[in-house]
Ligand binder design. Structure first.
Ligand code: HEM
Length: 464
């Protein structure tokens, strides 16, 4: 991945806080480490009955946070060299926001009894919210009209009706979603490998190669061997004969043939599963308001009728565009250019009301081990019928202001800013407790901006 130029609106918005305070990477890491330990690092979470913990989780959480930090600081330093007066630290992922909107989440009247907990406890309740739309990449200069994943994050803000979230930053409930149903990485172990290959090779593609190596040669192959195979494989693609000799020396001639056959499939996107999912996720889109978004990972739904943990289920969330007054949603002509999704968002919310349905998709009725596998492996989908539980209404509004864009970029969405009844589950969520929090601490620290959860949506809607 490359770090591109900031889009025009972000550059202007960031300039004030970014007057690059000379910062040594170690100083920033110490600040991140201290704050992260305070918020999440001190006590490991007990496993929920629907979870299955991996070995060495806490060490791997820190490993991911630190590897991610290294990658982010590399991008930031490069940007600072290119633009010493305007560079700002940005999100590790979904770095380019198209804009934020205020909205209301209306909970349905007909919530089934078993689902009446947390924000679904009182049918008919309305929660004020802010939603942010984004591109998926770390690269803020990635043009909107090119292939990418797209994100939609929703933050419910209600100090009267919500409890303090699980990280303790405020009375908020966040949902983070992408416009595709499954995540391309299975679990914590693979996520760490993804980061390590990024550091070693400078590209996320090497992770796909590492998965192909595992699929060809076995899951129990040690990561040191996998990592040592990646550079010669890359050199081999460039036509180096010495690279082939190196591969043979590492794994032997028999397994070299097996590996070659498997790697050939990666080229056409057939193997491994991770490559197939990446191809599904990377798409061109017309409008952020015409996409369906998925939580991909699993969340606890505390039983509405029992306080026993064993009676909880897990759900995935789906947020889908719907016509506000029923009927068909109106499709608008696509905008052109590098900021087409921001231009489209401003135009559409400036013209009238837009709506999305919120649905939950419960775990299928399987035995407990199968349920745990579905919760732990983010590449798998539940396949059950979604149940609509709410409607998100985005009233007509003007979001074109650059000051609004700056407020939006300084927000922190985090799946662990959650009510206990909706606790994130599975290793991809457990690692986000460290990774997402660390990214937010890092960028706020570098940009010299306070990390604050909003107290009300008026904070945003009153900005001119
Ligand atoms: C499993 C499904 C996932 C989904 C649906 C998802 C979705 C998103 C979305 C929508 C955002 C943008 C948030 C915003 O608008 O501010 C985001 C940001 C981020 N995500 Fe993910 N993500 C997933 C997994 C992961 C994983 C596994 C990691 C790392 C281990 C990760 C790390 C991050 C980080 C560091 C940020 C930036 C946080 C910040 O600086 O505020 N995500 N994600």
């Amino acid at each position: 991945m490359k770090y591109g130029k900031m889009s025009a609106f972000l550059t202007a918005a960031g300039a004030i806080s970014a007057i690059a305070i000379a910062q040594d990477s170690n100083v920033v890491w110490t600040a991140v480490q201290t704050e992260l330990t305070k918020l999440v690092g001190a006590t490991p979470l007990p496993a929920h009955p629907l979870e299955r913990l991996e070995a060495n989780e806490t060490a791997d959480f820190w490993g991911v946070a630190q590897a991610m930090f290294k990658i982010n600081m590399g991008f930031y330093e490069k940007d600072k060299t290119a633009r010493p007066h305007t560079a700002i630290a940005v999100r590790d992922a979904h770095a380019k926001g198209h804009g934020c909107v205020v909205a209301n989440l209306e909970i349905n009247e007909d919530i089934p009894d078993w689902a009446r907990s947390g924000i679904f406890a009182k049918p008919g309740q309305v929660f004020p919210a802010i939603a942010r739309f984004s591109n998926g990449t770390q690269e803020t200069g990635h043009p909107d009209n090119e292939k990418d994943a797209r994100g939609m994050s929703i933050k419910l803000i209600d100090s009267e009706n919500l409890q303090t979230n699980l990280i303790g930053t405020g009375k908020t409930q966040d949902f983070l979603m992408i416009n595709s149903p499954r995540f391309f990485i299975r679990n914590l172990h693979d996520y760490l490998l993804f980061q390590l290959t990024m550091i070693k090779t400078g590209s996320g593609k090497a992770f796909i190669v590492s998965r192909a190596i595992h699929e060809a040669l076995g899951e129990d192959l040690d990561e040191k061997t996998v990592l040592s195979l990646i550079p010669p494989i890359a050199a081999l693609v460039g036509g180096s004969v010495d690279a082939l000799k190196e591969i043979v020396a590492i794994i032997g001639p028999d397994r070299t043939n097996l590996l070659a056959a498997h790697l050939a499939k990666v080229k056409v996107g057939k193997a491994p599963l991770e490559a197939v999912i990446v191809n599904e996720i990377q798409r061109e889109v017309n409008s952020s308001l015409e996409e369906t978004y998925f939580s991909m990972s699993s969340y606890r739904l505390k039983s509405g009728t029992s306080d026993k943990l064993a009676d909880d289920t897990a759900v995935k969330y789906i947020v889908k565009p719907v016509a506000c007054a029923g009927g068909e949603i109106e499709s608008t002509p696509s905008q052109k250019g590098a900021d087409s999704l921001r231009d489209d968002l401003i135009a559409r919310v400036g013209k009238g009301e837009n709506c999305f349905s919120l649905s939950i998709q419960p775990l299928p009725n399987e035995d407990i081990e199968k349920k745990r596998t579905l919760v732990e492996d983010s590449r798998l989908t539940f396949g059950t019928q979604p149940i609509q539980v709410g409607t998100l209404r985005i009233a007509k509004q003007d979001i074109s202001s650059i000051v609004k864009a700056r407020y939006c970029e300084n927000l922190s969405f985090n799946p662990w800013q959650s009510q206990a009844e909706h606790q994130p589950l599975g290793s991809m969520n457990r690692v986000r407790r460290f990774a997402v929090t660390a990214s937010s601490i890092r960028r706020h620290f570098i940009n010299n901006v306070k990390r604050l959860e909003p107290q009300s949506t008026e904070e945003y809607s009153s900005i001119k």
